[in-house]
Write a protein that binds this ligand. Structure first.
Ligand SMILES: [Zn+2]
Length: 368
């Protein structure tokens, strides 16, 4: 592209901004909400910033500030639905309304990449250097000052404890996040540990037990067998653990096919009922984020007793229908036990791995 083109960048706030990336983008911004209900607004802001700079002839902003913050937290503790994430991210918009500041952004970062770039970052840019520096440092200090207040956004427990609570609860649907294998957070999405445990559970072995919907496990061979057999027939086969088999081997599924969905030829889906569990099996790994992804299988998640999803925090449509919700500390690539992960390459000290670390240098690095 050469050095003349003005580059505007919109990112997910769970990304990492290296010095090199900061140098190579002129107008950078990121989402201000998690879950990312503002993703399109953020992209629009990135485009509007670019068009403004071009139309006004102002070109590159005079000052671009970058501050790395040695904090490493998962998205499941930093949702902007609750404090302190809500106020921290809520303080960005007013800061960008100051004269001389074009935009500002806070990146939480991505906690499961063992890379030196893996930490929080604040950036701000605009034409008034003093205001840009002050804004970036204000946001960085705000973030650092609330670091001890971040907690999981729903109660967390082992899968067994979550199931005990869900089974004894009168509230339905009771949602459980199979948090360790969330494919939208980078998990393989095919870890079979949780579904294997569910199928062993006595509560769900008979057809009249509490209904549990499991969304989902990839198993292309099982899907092919089920399509061939058709709805109402019994199919036996295995699914999952093609990518991540560290915790459990492919799971044996044997039950009645209740739904076959062929409308998405790139990822056909079936549902197999085993005891009182409806297991959604897909050809490829997939996150279930919308009610219609259940209802297309004639499953109304709002009427199920228990719904288990491969997610961390619940996405808006599911959050809206849950009567209660827990996040299970399950195994997988998105293991939430960060203090015990064998990091080798991230910078240290890092909060909260090094809990009593000294206050870091949060002064601005000006990106030339
Ligand atoms: Zn994200």
């Amino acid at each position: 592209m050469g050095k003349d083109a003005l580059i505007s960048t919109c990112m997910d706030l769970h990304g990492n901004v290296t010095w090199r990336l900061a140098e190579n983008t002129d107008l950078i911004t990121c989402y201000r909400l998690a879950p990312h209900e503002d993703s399109m607004d953020s992209r629009e802001r990135a485009v509007v910033n670019l068009v403004d700079r071009l139309e006004s002839g102002k070109g590159r902003p005079a000052c671009k500030a970058w501050i790395p913050i040695p904090i490493l937290l998962p998205g499941e503790q930093t949702s902007t639905r609750v404090e302190p994430g809500k106020s921290l991210y809520g303080s960005i918009d007013p800061a960008t309304k100051q004269a001389g500041v074009t935009d500002a952004a806070i990146w939480i970062g991505y906690a499961w990449a063992d890379e030196p770039r893996n930490h929080a970052v604040v950036m701000a840019y605009g034409d008034d250097k003093d205001m840009v520096v002050r804004t970036a440092e204000y946001l960085a200090h705000h973030f650092w000052s609330v670091r001890h207040q971040f907690e999981f956004v729903a109660p967390t427990a082992t899968l067994d404890e979550c199931l005990d609570k869900a089974i004894s609860s009168t509230k339905k649907p009771y949602f459980i996040s199979d948090m360790g294998d969330n494919p939208t957070a980078g998990g393989a999405g095919d870890v079979t540990w949780t579904i294997t445990e569910l199928l062993k559970h006595p509560e769900f072995t008979s057809a009249d037990g509490k209904t549990l919907v499991y969304a989902s496990i990839p198993g292309p061979e099982f899907v092919a067998k089920a399509i061939k057999a058709g709805v109402g027939n019994i199919v036996e086969g295995t699914a999952g653990a093609a990518v991540d088999n560290r915790y459990a081997p492919p799971v044996k599924l044997s039950g009645t096919i209740t739904s076959v969905y062929l409308d998405n030829p790139d990822n056909k889906e079936v549902v197999v009922k085993i005891g009182s569990i409806y297991v959604i099996v897909t050809e490829k790994r997939k996150g279930f984020h919308y009610v219609k992804e259940f209802t297309k299988h004639n499953i109304d998640p709002a009427k199920a007793d228990i719904v288990v999803v491969k997610l961390g925090y619940l996405v808006p449509e599911l959050y809206d229908i849950q009567a209660d919700w827990m996040m299970a500390l399950t195994l997988g690539g998105i293991n939430q036990d960060l203090p015990n992960l064998p990091y080798k390459r991230i910078n240290r000290p890092m909060f909260p791995l090094d809990k009593d670390m000294p206050t870091p240098d949060l002064t601005v690095k000006i990106v030339e």
